[in-house]
Design a protein around this ligand. Structure first.
Ligand code: MN
Length: 225
């Protein structure tokens, strides 16, 4: 890793594909602005800051840092876990949504949801329920198991933990940290989870589902790490 310092990569806040106001009325523009610019922005800044003194790690993607947490120097492990996790999860979260009139899962993903949950409605109910009952800050996910013939499951993770640490491929995620919904929904997290379906980009979820057919190595590489 004897590259000149100028070649070292910095993690960057990805731009949104839509305006801050585009997800109204489901998510208000002020929440989007603070959530993307301030919250996500601070995870990116802190990740870059903690990697300053570790040039060998600065060319690793945030996802590969999460996959290899146990190999990182002990003194930065927790900080990387939090901030690389915050960066990876939020980057996926912005892609998981789009403005519009709402849509539904289609094709192979819909078939798999029907197979593993009974129906799309039952899946949505379980996703809302798990997201509502997670205590403290975290994420609710639709994931696909690497084993068990690729069964779909709903799981939650605390803080910014990512399903890669549980050997699961992420298909869809929602942020249930208070900063994601408090301004509009106050403490009504269940109402936020229910309203959120209107802005889900099911084409993006289908893309993630297709990726989950690949081997673990190919999958994580395609996801950026
Ligand atoms: Mn968040």
């Amino acid at each position: 890793m004897n590259q000149p310092v100028t070649k070292l990569k910095k993690h960057r806040l990805p731009p949104l594909k839509y305006d801050y106001a585009a997800l109204e009325p489901c998510i208000d523009s002020r929440t989007m602005m603070l959530h993307h610019g301030i919250h996500h922005g601070s995870y990116v800044a802190k990740l870059n800051e903690v990697l300053e003194k570790f040039p060998d790690l600065r060319n690793c993607s945030a996802l590969s840092l999460l996959r290899n947490l146990d190999k990182l120097p002990q003194e930065i492990r927790l900080t990387v876990r939090h901030n690389a996790g915050g960066h990876v999860n939020h980057s996926m979260f912005w892609r998981a949504m789009r403005p519009g009139l709402g849509s539904e899962p289609k094709g192979l993903l819909r078939e798999a949801i029907n197979r593993d949950f009974g129906s799309v409605e039952k899946f949505m109910a379980q996703f809302e329920e798990e997201g509502t009952k997670l205590s403290g800050s975290g994420w609710v996910w639709l994931v696909r198991a690497l084993q068990e013939k690729g069964k779909l499951e709903v799981i939650t993770t605390s803080n910014h933990d990512h399903p890669v640490r549980l050997n699961r491929f992420p298909i869809l995620l929602n942020d249930v940290w208070k900063h994601a919904y408090f301004m509009k929904y106050e403490s009504r997290r269940a109402a936020y989870l229910k309203a959120w379906w209107a802005v889900v980009d099911w084409d993006e979820a289908a893309r993630c589902f297709d990726l989950s057919d690949k081997s673990a190595e190919e999958h994580w590489e395609a996801e950026g790490g």
